[in-house]
Design a protein around this ligand. Structure first.
Ligand SMILES: [Fe+2]
Length: 244
């Protein structure tokens, strides 16, 4: 199979940016641990909350943290692509500055949905982001919202939109529902993997463990499809979403 970079599409590796890495040393340890586990690129998806700050202030802060971190990277570290984990907010589909939160130079945006039952407003906003704003929406850790849904119909209806689903590696390595999320990778309704790592202790980089589960349970072809999807999204493309 051709070489495709291994991408961790969800991480909190910037120092002093959110509830992730607490120091430059920790950030470097996270990047080195991931690199030695075979990860090539980490998308840095620091939390963005509209209620806390405006997008421009967030981007200014992010630039400072990147300027602190990037000169320290060497060949033992993963490459870093800036992005954000954008917490869903009222009117986000009409926010003129929203594009600034996309991953790198792409139109891909990682959206963290509310931890409460989704209604038609949430679904319509996602639809508007996809069709009107023409953004490539990636739903962050889709699996983490299952328990807060009162209406499974809407939770599943979201998957009919032309968006992408990211699952956390840790959700594949244990727990009652891991088979359900694996099945989503198998049938093509989940597309990319992230570690959602926050530190080196309680939420360390673990993309390799999730990858290993996919390889063992679903095979090398499915893992390769996941890698290709992440690489394509980083290039600003829209990979195939697979069969449901
Ligand atoms: Fe996260």
């Amino acid at each position: 199979m051709p070489d495709v970079p291994v991408v961790d599409f969800h991480s909190h590796i910037l120092p002093h940016m959110d509830d992730g890495s607490a120091s430059l040393e920790m950030s470097l340890a996270m990047l080195r641990t991931s690199r030695s586990a075979g990860v090539d690129i980490m998308v840095s998806t620091s939390h963005y909350y509209k209620r806390k700050e405006e997008i421009d202030a967030f981007l200014e802060r992010r630039t400072k943290r990147l300027e602190e971190l990037l000169p320290c990277l060497d060949s033992t570290c993963c490459g870093v692509v800036p992005g954000a984990e954008v917490a869903f907010y009222f009117g986000m589909d009409e926010d003129p500055r929203l594009d600034g939160l996309c991953v790198g130079d792409t139109r891909a945006i990682l959206v963290e949905m509310p931890f409460q039952s989704w209604g038609t407003y949430e679904i319509n906003t996602l639809s508007s982001l996809c069709y009107d704003r023409r953004l490539t929406v990636i739903l962050a850790h889709y699996e983490r919202f299952a328990e807060s849904q009162k209406d499974n119909r809407l939770y599943e209806e979201v998957l009919e939109l032309p968006l992408y689903v990211q699952i956390n590696a840790g959700s594949l390595t244990g727990g009652w529902h891991s088979r359900q999320w694996l099945k989503m990778f198998k049938n093509g309704s989940a597309h990319i993997l992230g570690s959602d790592c926050h530190n080196m202790e309680s939420r360390p980089p673990d993309l390799d463990r999730g990858r290993e589960v996919i390889r063992k349970k679903l095979g090398e072809d499915v893992l390769h499809r996941v890698d290709r999807s992440a690489a394509a999204l980083l290039l600003g493309l829209k990979p195939g979403r697979g069969d449901k």
